[in-house]
Design a binder for this molecule. Structure first.
Ligand code: NBG
Length: 808
């Protein structure tokens, strides 16, 4: 763009913006609040996006292309305003205009609440997939739940987690459009009776409780293109606001009861990650959005396909994100048979051919199993269909597979009075995939081995990815500009092009700028820490960071115990010089997960001990940042030197935080688990630090025994000392960590924390040495950026398109 055009654009924006402020607030700019300024910018951006949205819709209709509908119970989209501004290519204009108007752009952006409509990696991955698909110009739409309250806000009070309700809609949400005319009725409870209609046996659902599902659509804008896809979130409402007959009788409470029971369905997001919570309300949520999403989509399909469903599976793919939407299988059967009059066999063919499924965990406690009685009571027709799917599946095995009855029943959807949702998903879908190579291997060889032997062709692997637009381009602008000045702009849509950065590894001015950018990002995070935690940290120290949900298998405990050991070591050697280190943690624990909350408490207790001990001479600092969410992540990833990815091998399906850190030049300190294995392959031995048991070793111990944590304890004085400190009053007479002590020694350390302690401590020593060689460290950091191409969600989406959805 010519400079004169730019000037014109900025002037036009300024005048449109000042006018918009008056429209949204009834005030002149000079009198407006920051919230008004935010709302005005949001509206301008939304207007521009919405006109592209309409255009995208009509283009998709003109050139029919197979569409993918993604069903997920979580979409962790993060703040959208900056993402829209940048993807509309308005960043320069808006920033300059704001500055000229005397406004602070960052403060305006910070008015947006971070919609917490997900717990962690699973929900965030779906948001990355939406962004990448729109950027690739591919018709891919999300279906989920419009939770009134997202994931709780975490406060740390006296070193402990306190949960506060997250009211993200408090000021309204400018990026959604309510579509009441596209509402759907969802039916719960009731009973069935069968009757012959035109000679065909038909099931009629009676005495059900109807709930209205109302959609809210959020535009998903592609980066620097004209594609806008949709994320549709369903909200539960009563069919009628008031039950008038009850109201007339003066039974006011009865009248509002129905309203609040209906709304309860989409009131809260269950705050669990990698843990199944078998509450009936959760099952209601699962059926609610599956039923509403499918109904709308099938209605639309018929409208554009002469009411004919024949080539549904050629034109539509429905992707099930983990098992929460697995009722898509039986619900499609219900719609096709009961509403569209198809035979079982025809309905089944379309269902299986259009459904695909991704598994995201092998932890047994996370795999969903619903009690038969609950399903039967809440969803009588769906239960009937599940039984029939299972009966036919088993019948087929008897005829074709040569398996004995015991083997057949081990593959049953219904076992011990429970419905196994993963089994249901595998049987109803023509594709099943894991999210990193090791995870997919474990699915095939262990978790789903019985099914793998039956349907080897169904099993695939797609390593996760993350969007470089949010996690590098928009959040690390210093590095973005350096990269673009060095290698041009190709990398934005083809992240593999980052490899060209290796040509600059000996370029002194590049090296200096690269290091300087990291330092600036660390200063930025230090300021955040100072403001929120009132702790002074040294930006020149190694920023060693572990941010993710707090979970035993992720082993924040291993990190914490190592810090305690390092503290003991420094106390015992007062003249020892190490490279100063700042250990940073963030992450939420599920409110009911006692052990995880104890770990948060321990980290804060260690922070309190270490940060105030003058004898340590500020060589180490420990910080726990409250309320980890997407926006905080965007400040943290660019500032990291070390990315802690230290799960017990075999337990972390993939991890995606590891990729966000890597893209921003952090070096992974990790076990050979999840996508760490692919990161290791991409950067080579010299640019990652690995340690600990392998997944095979862990699995061997789990199957055959032979591990004794007490034995490790008895042979390691460092471990004896830290174990005693957990219970001997080191952290004050009120703070004792007996449950952590017991889990490690009395219950033999399920997650192999003590077993891996020695190799982890050695790895930390190695980092201390490596970091002292400034050139070496720079090269390691650069390699991580340069070889992060594989971890773009663009690559992941292209693989899904080619191998799973068959849209390429
Ligand atoms: C999580 C895994 C992560 C993985 C994400 C996205 C669940 C059930 N699974 O390892 O724990 O990166 O899914 O695939 O939340």
């Amino acid at each position: 763009m010519k400079p004169s055009q730019r000037l014109e654009e900025i002037a036009a924006f300024k005048s449109a913006y000042t006018k918009k402020i008056e429209e949204v607030s009834g005030e002149y700019l000079s009198e407006s609040s920051v919230l008004d300024q935010y709302q005005a910018l949001a509206e301008i951006v939304m207007d521009k996006t919405a006109s592209q949205w309409a255009k995208t819709r009509s283009q998709y209709d003109e050139i029919p292309h197979k569409r993918v509908y993604l069903f997920s119970i979580e979409f962790l989209i993060g703040r959208l305003l900056k993402a829209y501004v940048n993807s509309l290519d308005m960043e320069y204009t808006v920033k300059t205009a704001m500055a000229e108007l005397g406004l602070d752009y960052e403060t305006i952006l910070s008015q947006e609440t971070d919609p917490g409509l997900g717990n962690g990696g699973l929900g965030r991955l779906m948001a990355c997939f939406l962004e990448s698909s729109a950027t690739l110009g591919f018709p891919f739409h999300g279906n989920g739940i419009h939770y009134k309250h997202g994931l709780f806000e975490q406060k740390i009070i006296n070193g402990e987690q306190v949960e506060v309700a997250d009211n993200w809609l408090r000021h309204g949400y400018p990026f959604e459009i309510r579509k009441p005319n596209e509402s759907v009725v969802v039916k719960f409870y009731g009973n069935l009776h069968s009757e012959k209609v035109n000679g065909v046996l038909t099931f009629v659902h009676e005495n059900y409780e109807p709930i209205l599902a109302v959609p809210y659509d959020i535009p998903i804008k592609g980066y620097h293109n004209n594609t806008v896809n949709s994320l549709r979130l369903w909200s539960a409402e009563p069919i009628e606001e008031f039950d008038l007959p009850s109201f007339n009788e003066g039974q006011f409470l009865d009248a509002v009861r129905h309203k609040s029971e209906a709304e309860a369905i989409t009131q809260i997001l269950y705050p669990n990650d990698n843990k199944f919570d078998g509450k009936q309300l959760r099952l209601k949520q699962e059926y609610f959005f599956v039923c509403a999403g499918l109904k709308r989509m099938i209605t639309r399909f018929k409208r554009y396909n002469n009411n004919c469903l024949d080539d549904f599976a050629e034109k539509i793919c429905i992707h099930i994100n983990d098992t929460h939407p697995a009722l898509c299988g039986p619900e499609m059967m219900r719609i096709f048979m009961d509403e569209e009059g198809l035979s079982w066999d025809d309905a089944w063919k379309i269902t299986v051919n259009s459904l695909t499924f991704t598994n995201h965990t092998v932890l047994p406690e996370a795999l969903e199993k619903w009690p038969v009685d609950m399903m039967k009571f809440l969803l009588p027709r769906i239960y009937m269909i599940i039984e029939e799917i299972n009966r036919q599946f088993q019948e087929d095995l008897r005829i074709k597979s040569g398996l004995n009855e015991l083997q057949i029943s081990s593959l049953s959807i219904i076992q011990d009075g429970q419905i196994n949702m993963a089994n249901l998903a595998i049987i109803c879908c023509h594709s099943v995939n894991g999210v990193a190579a090791l995870h997919s291997k474990i699915l095939k060889e262990e978790t789903f081995n019985g099914y793998y032997k039956l349907f080897p062709e169904r099993f695939h692997s797609v390593t996760n990815g993350v969007t470089p637009r949010r996690f590098l381009i928009n959040s690390n602008t210093g590095l973005r500009d350096l990269i673009t000045e060095s290698i041009g702009t190709d990398w934005i849509n083809n992240l593999y092009a980052l490899e060209n950065l290796m040509n600059f590894k000996n370029d002194a001015s590049f090296v200096e700028r690269f290091n300087h950018i990291k330092l600036e990002n660390k200063i930025h995070l230090s300021n955040h820490i100072k403001m929120h935690n009132h702790i002074d940290v040294n930006p020149e120290s190694i920023f060693d960071i572990q941010v993710k949900r707090i979970h035993e298998y992720k082993r924040q405990l291993l990190n914490a115990l190592q810090i305690l050991h390092l503290y003991n070591h420094l106390k015992a050697n007062p003249y020892l010089e190490i490279v100063p280190r700042t250990f940073i943690f963030a992450g939420k624990a599920a409110p009911g997960y006692y052990f995880a909350k104890e770990v948060i408490k321990l980290i804060n207790a260690i922070a309190n001990l270490v940060n105030h001990d003058k004898a340590i001479r500020d060589q180490i600092k420990v910080v726990f940042l409250a309320n980890f969410n997407v926006s905080l992540g965007e400040i943290i990833y660019p500032a990291a030197n070390i990315s802690e990815q230290i799960s017990t091998a075999g337990k972390e399906a993939s991890g995606t935080g590891n990729m966000k850190f890597m893209m921003n030049g952090a070096v992974t300190l990790g076990t050979m688990d999840g996508a760490n294995i692919e990161i290791h392959e991409a950067v080579g031995d010299d640019n990652i630090i690995t340690f600990g048991l392998s997944a095979d070793e862990v699995s061997h111990y789990q199957k055959n025994g032979g591990y004794s944590s007490v034995q490790i304890y008895e042979n390691d004085e460092r471990i004896q000392k830290i174990m005693h400190q957990l219970i001997d009053g080191t952290f004050g007479h009120l703070a004792s960590f007996q449950s952590i002590y017991d889990s490690l020694l009395l219950y033999n350390d399920t997650y192999f924390v003590l077993k891996d302690f020695d190799s982890y401590a050695n790895a930390q020593d190695q980092i201390n040495k490596l970091y002292q060689d400034k050139n070496k460290w720079f090269e390691m950091s650069l390699c991580n950026v340069a070889y992060s191409g594989l971890f773009s969600s663009d690559r992941a989406i292209l693989e899904y398109q080619k191998n799973i959805w068959k849209t390429l």
